[in-house]
Design a protein around this ligand. Structure first.
Ligand SMILES: [Zn+2]
Length: 80
């Protein structure tokens, strides 16, 4: 299903995501959004934890406050 709404950008560049959309997507105050721009299309979605090196969202580990995936960890192990 596609939900379409029209919003005006304010003088500071802000756009309000309406309450019904926030509720539908379980977006809360202080959640982080990821904004991707490609071919003149803006995609905004709730940020999920991802590897800081390759942006994978699978097989994640925490190391010294950083998030990385197992694939990148394995690649790092090969560095001499
Ligand atoms: Zn990675």
């Amino acid at each position: 299903m596609i939900y379409t709404s029209y919003k005006k950008i304010d003088e500071a560049g802000r756009v309000v995501i309406s309450k019904d959309i926030r509720r539908k997507l379980s977006l809360k105050h202080n959640d982080i959004l990821k904004i991707d721009v490609k071919d003149n299309v803006i995609v905004i979605k709730k940020a999920e934890p991802s590897c800081e090196f390759c942006e994978s969202e699978e097989n994640l580990l925490q190391f010294k406050g950083k998030t990385l995936c197992k694939n990148c960890l394995e690649e790092m192990k090969k560095i001499n």
